[in-house]
Design a protein around this ligand. Structure first.
Ligand code: SF4
Length: 144
């Protein structure tokens, strides 16, 4: 296992991109970072720049305005990057999928490695999904 793979496997730094919709998923993601759920105990740290991130968390439906920004952020990310779609809106568009500004679910815009469904998913589900990603034997199924 290379040094970079070792870092990814043991300590994931995450960047959060919130699309449109009700943003309750934003609140649940932030809840994971509070002392009550303490996501950092798994070595998972929220960072303010995609250039420092190993994982891109995307929630909310992606509308036409968000789409270009999401692509730009993805392109700025150091590769390989893991992308996690969170919530029904992130996974499929949810109740906003029929909207006239909907630009498609996240995986129609950038490659997605993991999905955490729910409306919204509870912090426990988000943490379980991320820890599963950390413990995944081969999280790098794509070459970048
Ligand atoms: S999945 Fe549900 S809770 Fe999350 S942003 Fe969409 S509508 Fe809101």
């Amino acid at each position: 296992m290379g040094f970079k793979s070792f870092c990814f496997k043991k300590s994931l730094w995450v960047f959060h991109f919130g699309g449109a919709s009700c943003n309750n998923c934003d609140i649940e993601i932030l809840d994971c970072l509070t002392p009550r759920y303490d996501l950092e105990r798994f070595g998972i740290l929220l960072v303010g720049s995609i250039r420092h991130a190993d994982v891109l968390l995307v929630n909310g439906s992606i509308n036409m305005r968000d789409r270009d920004r999401l692509i730009e952020i993805y392109n700025q990310a150091p590769k390989p990057i893991l992308v996690v779609a969170i919530g029904a809106c992130g996974c499929t568009g949810g109740i906003f999928a029929e909207g006239n500004t909907f630009a498609g679910p996240v995986d129609k815009i950038i490659p997605v490695d993991a999905y955490i469904p729910g409306c919204p998913p509870k912090p426990e589900a988000i943490i379980a999904g991320l820890v599963k990603l950390v413990n995944s034997s081969n999280p790098f199924k794509r070459d970048k």
